[in-house]
Design a protein around this ligand. Structure first.
Ligand SMILES: [Zn+2]
Length: 339
Protein backbone atom coordinates (compact mmCIF):
# COMPACT_ATOMS: atom_id res chain seq x y z
CA UNK A 1 0.00 0.00 0.00
CA UNK A 2 1.36 3.42 -0.86
CA UNK A 3 0.46 6.08 1.68
CA UNK A 4 -2.74 7.93 0.66
CA UNK A 5 -3.10 6.21 -2.72
CA UNK A 6 -5.82 3.72 -1.74
CA UNK A 7 -7.44 5.93 0.90
CA UNK A 8 -7.12 9.65 1.41
CA UNK A 9 -6.41 11.27 4.79
CA UNK A 10 -10.07 11.54 5.75
CA UNK A 11 -11.00 7.99 4.69
CA UNK A 12 -7.95 6.56 6.42
CA UNK A 13 -8.68 8.47 9.64
CA UNK A 14 -12.32 7.33 9.64
CA UNK A 15 -11.22 3.73 9.03
CA UNK A 16 -8.74 3.72 11.95
CA UNK A 17 -10.24 5.91 14.67
CA UNK A 18 -8.92 3.92 17.62
CA UNK A 19 -5.79 2.45 16.08
CA UNK A 20 -2.33 3.78 16.55
CA UNK A 21 -1.07 3.72 12.97
CA UNK A 22 2.57 2.89 12.27
CA UNK A 23 4.82 5.56 10.79
CA UNK A 24 4.70 5.70 7.00
CA UNK A 25 6.38 8.04 4.59
CA UNK A 26 6.10 8.80 0.92
CA UNK A 27 8.10 11.16 -1.28
CA UNK A 28 6.22 12.91 -4.10
CA UNK A 29 7.78 13.50 -7.54
CA UNK A 30 8.39 17.15 -6.57
CA UNK A 31 10.46 16.10 -3.56
CA UNK A 32 7.82 16.82 -0.91
CA UNK A 33 7.76 14.24 1.87
CA UNK A 34 4.42 13.16 3.34
CA UNK A 35 4.76 11.57 6.76
CA UNK A 36 1.96 9.78 8.55
CA UNK A 37 2.88 10.17 12.23
CA UNK A 38 -0.27 8.51 13.63
CA UNK A 39 -4.01 8.37 13.02
CA UNK A 40 -5.10 11.83 11.89
CA UNK A 41 -1.60 13.30 12.19
CA UNK A 42 0.31 14.07 8.97
CA UNK A 43 3.42 16.16 8.47
CA UNK A 44 4.36 17.64 5.11
CA UNK A 45 8.06 18.37 4.69
CA UNK A 46 8.89 20.41 1.57
CA UNK A 47 12.00 19.71 -0.46
CA UNK A 48 13.33 23.18 0.50
CA UNK A 49 11.32 24.65 3.42
CA UNK A 50 10.73 28.40 3.09
CA UNK A 51 10.59 29.32 6.76
CA UNK A 52 7.04 29.10 8.01
CA UNK A 53 5.88 26.29 10.28
CA UNK A 54 2.13 25.91 9.90
CA UNK A 55 -0.28 23.77 11.93
CA UNK A 56 -3.80 23.33 10.56
CA UNK A 57 -6.15 21.42 12.83
CA UNK A 58 -9.77 20.36 12.43
CA UNK A 59 -12.21 18.00 14.19
CA UNK A 60 -11.16 18.92 17.72
CA UNK A 61 -14.95 18.75 17.70
CA UNK A 62 -15.64 15.60 15.70
CA UNK A 63 -18.86 16.64 13.96
CA UNK A 64 -17.48 19.90 12.54
CA UNK A 65 -17.14 18.54 9.05
CA UNK A 66 -16.42 21.53 6.81
CA UNK A 67 -12.98 22.13 8.36
CA UNK A 68 -12.23 18.40 7.95
CA UNK A 69 -13.10 18.63 4.26
CA UNK A 70 -10.91 21.72 3.89
CA UNK A 71 -7.88 20.04 5.48
CA UNK A 72 -8.46 16.86 3.49
CA UNK A 73 -8.77 18.80 0.22
CA UNK A 74 -5.59 20.73 0.92
CA UNK A 75 -3.67 17.49 1.47
CA UNK A 76 -5.21 15.97 -1.68
CA UNK A 77 -4.02 19.05 -3.61
CA UNK A 78 -0.52 18.55 -2.22
CA UNK A 79 -0.58 14.81 -3.00
CA UNK A 80 -1.71 15.45 -6.60
CA UNK A 81 0.97 18.10 -7.05
CA UNK A 82 -1.57 20.82 -7.90
CA UNK A 83 -0.32 22.64 -4.79
CA UNK A 84 3.42 22.51 -4.13
CA UNK A 85 3.87 22.89 -0.40
CA UNK A 86 6.80 25.25 0.37
CA UNK A 87 6.49 25.47 4.16
CA UNK A 88 6.60 22.82 6.86
CA UNK A 89 3.00 21.81 7.52
CA UNK A 90 1.32 19.71 10.22
CA UNK A 91 -2.26 18.59 9.50
CA UNK A 92 -4.34 17.30 12.40
CA UNK A 93 -7.73 15.62 12.55
CA UNK A 94 -8.33 16.19 16.24
CA UNK A 95 -10.83 13.61 17.47
CA UNK A 96 -11.16 10.66 15.06
CA UNK A 97 -13.48 8.67 17.34
CA UNK A 98 -15.92 11.57 17.55
CA UNK A 99 -15.65 12.01 13.76
CA UNK A 100 -16.84 8.41 13.31
CA UNK A 101 -19.59 8.86 15.92
CA UNK A 102 -20.65 12.14 14.29
CA UNK A 103 -20.54 13.90 17.65
CA UNK A 104 -18.81 16.94 19.12
CA UNK A 105 -16.92 14.71 21.56
CA UNK A 106 -17.19 11.22 23.05
CA UNK A 107 -16.72 11.97 26.75
CA UNK A 108 -15.96 15.68 26.96
CA UNK A 109 -15.16 18.88 25.11
CA UNK A 110 -11.62 18.41 23.86
CA UNK A 111 -11.10 22.11 23.37
CA UNK A 112 -10.90 22.60 27.16
CA UNK A 113 -8.14 20.04 27.65
CA UNK A 114 -4.96 21.70 26.38
CA UNK A 115 -2.04 23.32 28.20
CA UNK A 116 -1.91 20.24 30.38
CA UNK A 117 -5.57 20.38 31.49
CA UNK A 118 -5.92 16.81 30.13
CA UNK A 119 -3.97 15.46 33.10
CA UNK A 120 -5.27 17.68 35.92
CA UNK A 121 -7.35 16.04 38.64
CA UNK A 122 -7.68 12.61 36.99
CA UNK A 123 -5.97 9.26 37.57
CA UNK A 124 -6.41 7.99 34.03
CA UNK A 125 -6.98 9.74 30.71
CA UNK A 126 -10.26 9.23 28.85
CA UNK A 127 -10.26 9.29 25.04
CA UNK A 128 -10.34 13.07 24.64
CA UNK A 129 -7.72 13.59 27.33
CA UNK A 130 -5.33 11.03 25.85
CA UNK A 131 -5.77 12.51 22.38
CA UNK A 132 -5.31 16.11 23.59
CA UNK A 133 -2.04 15.03 25.20
CA UNK A 134 -0.93 13.32 21.98
CA UNK A 135 -1.84 16.38 19.88
CA UNK A 136 0.12 18.65 22.23
CA UNK A 137 3.15 16.40 21.78
CA UNK A 138 2.76 16.41 17.99
CA UNK A 139 2.59 20.22 17.90
CA UNK A 140 5.56 20.54 20.26
CA UNK A 141 7.74 18.18 18.20
CA UNK A 142 6.71 19.91 14.99
CA UNK A 143 7.44 23.45 16.15
CA UNK A 144 10.68 22.53 17.90
CA UNK A 145 12.02 20.76 14.79
CA UNK A 146 11.67 23.79 12.49
CA UNK A 147 13.30 27.20 12.18
CA UNK A 148 11.26 30.33 11.55
CA UNK A 149 7.77 31.68 12.17
CA UNK A 150 5.03 29.55 13.72
CA UNK A 151 1.33 29.53 12.88
CA UNK A 152 -1.65 27.48 14.08
CA UNK A 153 -5.16 27.81 12.70
CA UNK A 154 -7.59 25.56 14.59
CA UNK A 155 -10.61 25.29 12.32
CA UNK A 156 -14.15 24.87 13.65
CA UNK A 157 -17.79 25.34 12.76
CA UNK A 158 -20.33 26.42 15.39
CA UNK A 159 -23.41 24.60 16.65
CA UNK A 160 -25.67 27.64 16.47
CA UNK A 161 -26.57 30.34 14.00
CA UNK A 162 -24.46 33.46 14.04
CA UNK A 163 -25.23 37.04 13.08
CA UNK A 164 -21.60 37.11 11.91
CA UNK A 165 -21.10 33.86 9.99
CA UNK A 166 -17.34 33.55 10.31
CA UNK A 167 -15.22 34.74 13.21
CA UNK A 168 -11.94 33.98 14.94
CA UNK A 169 -10.93 34.00 18.59
CA UNK A 170 -7.49 35.56 19.08
CA UNK A 171 -6.03 33.94 22.21
CA UNK A 172 -4.69 36.06 25.09
CA UNK A 173 -1.16 37.26 24.29
CA UNK A 174 -0.17 38.34 27.80
CA UNK A 175 0.37 41.95 26.71
CA UNK A 176 2.21 41.23 23.45
CA UNK A 177 0.72 43.32 20.60
CA UNK A 178 -2.05 41.86 18.47
CA UNK A 179 -0.90 41.50 14.86
CA UNK A 180 -2.56 43.49 12.07
CA UNK A 181 -1.10 41.19 9.43
CA UNK A 182 -2.95 38.25 10.99
CA UNK A 183 -6.25 40.17 11.04
CA UNK A 184 -5.78 40.83 7.32
CA UNK A 185 -4.77 37.21 6.65
CA UNK A 186 -7.97 36.00 8.30
CA UNK A 187 -10.06 38.50 6.34
CA UNK A 188 -8.51 36.93 3.25
CA UNK A 189 -9.94 33.62 4.51
CA UNK A 190 -13.38 35.26 4.65
CA UNK A 191 -13.12 35.68 8.43
CA UNK A 192 -13.50 39.39 9.14
CA UNK A 193 -14.75 39.31 12.74
CA UNK A 194 -12.08 38.91 15.42
CA UNK A 195 -12.55 38.44 19.17
CA UNK A 196 -9.62 39.50 21.35
CA UNK A 197 -9.32 37.26 24.39
CA UNK A 198 -7.96 38.76 27.61
CA UNK A 199 -7.41 35.72 29.78
CA UNK A 200 -5.60 32.37 29.61
CA UNK A 201 -7.70 29.38 28.61
CA UNK A 202 -7.30 25.69 27.83
CA UNK A 203 -8.04 25.80 24.10
CA UNK A 204 -5.76 24.32 21.46
CA UNK A 205 -4.99 27.71 19.90
CA UNK A 206 -4.02 29.27 23.24
CA UNK A 207 -1.65 26.33 23.81
CA UNK A 208 0.24 27.02 20.56
CA UNK A 209 0.20 30.77 21.11
CA UNK A 210 1.30 30.69 24.72
CA UNK A 211 3.80 27.83 24.70
CA UNK A 212 5.34 28.25 21.25
CA UNK A 213 4.80 31.92 20.38
CA UNK A 214 2.72 30.89 17.36
CA UNK A 215 0.27 33.19 15.67
CA UNK A 216 -2.69 31.03 16.59
CA UNK A 217 -6.46 31.32 16.29
CA UNK A 218 -9.64 29.38 16.88
CA UNK A 219 -11.40 29.97 13.57
CA UNK A 220 -15.18 29.53 13.31
CA UNK A 221 -16.18 29.06 9.68
CA UNK A 222 -19.98 28.77 9.83
CA UNK A 223 -22.55 26.30 11.02
CA UNK A 224 -22.11 22.57 11.67
CA UNK A 225 -23.45 20.25 8.95
CA UNK A 226 -23.08 16.47 8.40
CA UNK A 227 -20.50 15.19 5.89
CA UNK A 228 -21.59 15.82 2.32
CA UNK A 229 -24.07 18.55 3.30
CA UNK A 230 -21.62 21.44 3.40
CA UNK A 231 -21.92 24.05 0.68
CA UNK A 232 -18.18 24.15 0.03
CA UNK A 233 -18.52 27.42 -1.91
CA UNK A 234 -18.93 29.06 1.53
CA UNK A 235 -15.42 27.87 2.43
CA UNK A 236 -13.74 28.58 -0.91
CA UNK A 237 -12.00 31.77 0.27
CA UNK A 238 -10.54 29.92 3.25
CA UNK A 239 -9.30 27.00 1.18
CA UNK A 240 -7.90 29.35 -1.48
CA UNK A 241 -6.00 31.38 1.14
CA UNK A 242 -4.59 28.22 2.77
CA UNK A 243 -3.40 26.99 -0.64
CA UNK A 244 -1.60 30.31 -1.17
CA UNK A 245 -0.13 30.15 2.34
CA UNK A 246 1.39 26.69 2.06
CA UNK A 247 2.56 27.33 -1.53
CA UNK A 248 4.36 30.53 -0.42
CA UNK A 249 2.41 32.61 -2.93
CA UNK A 250 1.15 36.19 -2.34
CA UNK A 251 -1.73 36.09 0.14
CA UNK A 252 -5.10 37.77 -0.12
CA UNK A 253 -4.69 40.63 2.35
CA UNK A 254 -7.78 42.90 2.55
CA UNK A 255 -7.37 46.29 4.23
CA UNK A 256 -7.75 46.39 8.02
CA UNK A 257 -10.91 48.47 7.60
CA UNK A 258 -12.61 45.33 6.22
CA UNK A 259 -12.45 43.69 9.66
CA UNK A 260 -14.45 44.23 12.85
CA UNK A 261 -12.74 43.59 16.17
CA UNK A 262 -14.37 42.84 19.51
CA UNK A 263 -12.96 42.58 23.02
CA UNK A 264 -14.16 39.74 25.19
CA UNK A 265 -16.06 41.58 27.93
CA UNK A 266 -17.17 38.75 30.23
CA UNK A 267 -16.32 35.07 30.56
CA UNK A 268 -19.29 33.64 32.45
CA UNK A 269 -18.68 30.27 34.08
CA UNK A 270 -21.34 27.97 35.43
CA UNK A 271 -21.05 27.40 39.17
CA UNK A 272 -24.29 25.55 39.90
CA UNK A 273 -26.83 23.20 38.26
CA UNK A 274 -29.29 26.03 38.83
CA UNK A 275 -27.66 28.15 36.07
CA UNK A 276 -30.28 29.43 33.56
CA UNK A 277 -30.10 31.85 30.64
CA UNK A 278 -32.85 34.43 30.25
CA UNK A 279 -32.76 34.12 26.45
CA UNK A 280 -33.85 31.19 24.28
CA UNK A 281 -31.59 28.18 23.75
CA UNK A 282 -31.23 28.88 20.04
CA UNK A 283 -30.19 32.55 20.32
CA UNK A 284 -27.67 33.29 17.58
CA UNK A 285 -24.04 34.12 18.30
CA UNK A 286 -23.53 37.92 18.25
CA UNK A 287 -27.08 38.62 19.43
CA UNK A 288 -26.78 41.99 21.20
CA UNK A 289 -28.21 42.87 24.62
CA UNK A 290 -28.68 46.37 26.06
CA UNK A 291 -26.71 47.63 29.08
CA UNK A 292 -27.75 46.09 32.42
CA UNK A 293 -29.89 43.35 30.82
CA UNK A 294 -30.00 40.16 32.90
CA UNK A 295 -28.38 37.39 30.81
CA UNK A 296 -28.58 34.53 33.29
CA UNK A 297 -29.63 33.62 36.80
CA UNK A 298 -27.76 31.33 39.13
CA UNK A 299 -28.49 30.62 42.80
CA UNK A 300 -30.61 33.75 43.05
CA UNK A 301 -27.93 35.99 41.52
CA UNK A 302 -28.56 37.91 38.29
CA UNK A 303 -25.68 37.99 35.77
CA UNK A 304 -25.97 41.22 33.82
CA UNK A 305 -24.63 43.10 30.81
CA UNK A 306 -22.26 45.90 31.89
CA UNK A 307 -22.70 49.59 31.10
CA UNK A 308 -22.19 49.10 27.34
CA UNK A 309 -24.25 46.80 25.09
CA UNK A 310 -22.72 43.29 24.88
CA UNK A 311 -23.13 40.52 22.30
CA UNK A 312 -23.27 36.87 23.32
CA UNK A 313 -21.00 34.10 21.97
CA UNK A 314 -21.09 30.32 22.54
CA UNK A 315 -23.94 30.21 25.10
CA UNK A 316 -24.27 26.72 26.56
CA UNK A 317 -26.06 26.22 29.88
CA UNK A 318 -25.37 22.45 29.76
CA UNK A 319 -21.62 22.65 30.33
CA UNK A 320 -20.08 20.92 33.34
CA UNK A 321 -19.88 22.88 36.59
CA UNK A 322 -16.87 25.19 36.49
CA UNK A 323 -16.83 25.45 32.70
CA UNK A 324 -17.62 28.42 30.53
CA UNK A 325 -21.32 28.88 29.81
CA UNK A 326 -21.06 32.14 27.87
CA UNK A 327 -18.74 34.78 26.46
CA UNK A 328 -19.84 38.35 25.91
CA UNK A 329 -18.07 40.79 23.60
CA UNK A 330 -18.03 44.53 22.91
CA UNK A 331 -16.74 46.29 19.76
CA UNK A 332 -13.27 47.79 20.05
CA UNK A 333 -10.78 49.72 17.91
CA UNK A 334 -7.64 48.51 16.17
CA UNK A 335 -5.49 50.81 18.33
CA UNK A 336 -2.04 51.12 19.79
CA UNK A 337 -2.09 47.59 21.17
CA UNK A 338 -1.75 46.36 17.56
CA UNK A 339 1.49 46.14 15.59
ZN1 LIG B 1 -15.73 23.51 17.47
Amino acid sequence: MVLFEQQDFLAQTLANPTNSLPFEQRTLDNGTQIRLLDTGIVEVQPAAPQGKNIVLSCAVHGNETAPIEIVNQLLNDILSGSVVCQHRLLLLMGNPQAMVAGTRGIEENMNRLFSGAHSKGVDSLNRERARAKQLEQAVKSFFEAGEGERFHYDLHTAIRDSKREKFAVYPFRHGKPWRKEQIRFLAGCGVNTILLSHSPTTTFSYFSSNEFGADAFTVELGKVKPFGQNDMSRFEACLAQLRLLVANEPLMMPELSESVVFDVAQVINKHSEDFRFTFSDDAANFSEFAPDTVLANEDGNAIRVGDKAESIIFPNANVAIGQRALLTVVPTEIGTDFE
